[in-house]
Design a protein around this ligand. Sequence first.
Ligand code: SF4
Ligand code: FES
Length: 320
Amino acid sequence: MSLLKVTIDNLDVEVEPGTTILNAARKIGGRVVPPAMCYYSGLKGTGGKCRTCLVKVSKSSATDPRPMPKLVPSCSTIVQDGMIVQNITSPEVLEARKHIVEILLINHPLDCPICDQAGECDLQNLSYKHGLADTRYEFERRTFEKIDIGRFIQLHMTRCILCYRCVYLADQLTDKRVHGVLFRGDNSEISTFIENVVENDFSGNVIDVCPVGALTDKTFRFKSRVWFTKPYDAHRNCEKCEGKAVLWMSGTDVLRVTGRKNEFGEVEDFICNECRFEKKNTDDWILEGPRNISHSSVISQNLYELINEPPKEPPFNKKD
Ligand code: SF4
Ligand code: FES
């Protein structure tokens, strides 16, 4: 199969036909990778909901050099041979991203100081890197009561950005999906029937795929801030899943267990509820060693880099 050549932020990459712009950028890595709040490579059908991954196609293909008339979602736009794409080299893209952050924050509460997701929240990272300090929104935000989803999960619909990841996960990883998004437009909300999903062995994975703090682990609630915990890779023999997880420890106490995420924040192997919620002793696990956390992560360094201006000099693929 002949590969297609694509140029993203002045860097060339060759990819197989059918690859999306986002995945071509991920092949390059580093700062040219657009942020993605709803796409999740392990879940079929995700993407196209949040618009954080918008990029500019300044040349459609080798045979059609015209630019695409509007910014396109990189997670669902397939590359063509000779395509030229701009991500952080386009002022238009950076401007659009600022306004996407503003839209996502219209209803999202700024309760990071008390949110368990703080420090590993995609929306928090996105707003620090691409956001505006102000909002023009003058109306009341919509709010919801918290909902307990069984013993282990809590839904804060107020924080939900309607990315649909938890819906696709329930569809593809559990026997039968019993929750979804009800209503349309400004009235959309995750259905309260989500309470029923807890019966499934893999329901806890909705916590890991949720990009914000809308679905949180009740066994970890308010126990610690993530940056005060030490993550360790660990595994165990499990009949239901691969048993590969991360233990978030304080001293010798296991405060929570999550799946292992890759550099794009996506879980590599989904874990079962037994591993996640019921194995909270180090004796239950074989410890492999400290987890390598990306240097740009707030968990690692409390470091953010504001990307609201195109960089002046190449290369733009500086790794974390
Ligand atoms: S609850 Fe989380 S994963 Fe589900 S749609 Fe809302 S933001 Fe996305
Ligand atoms: S990641 Fe592409 S639209 Fe959400």
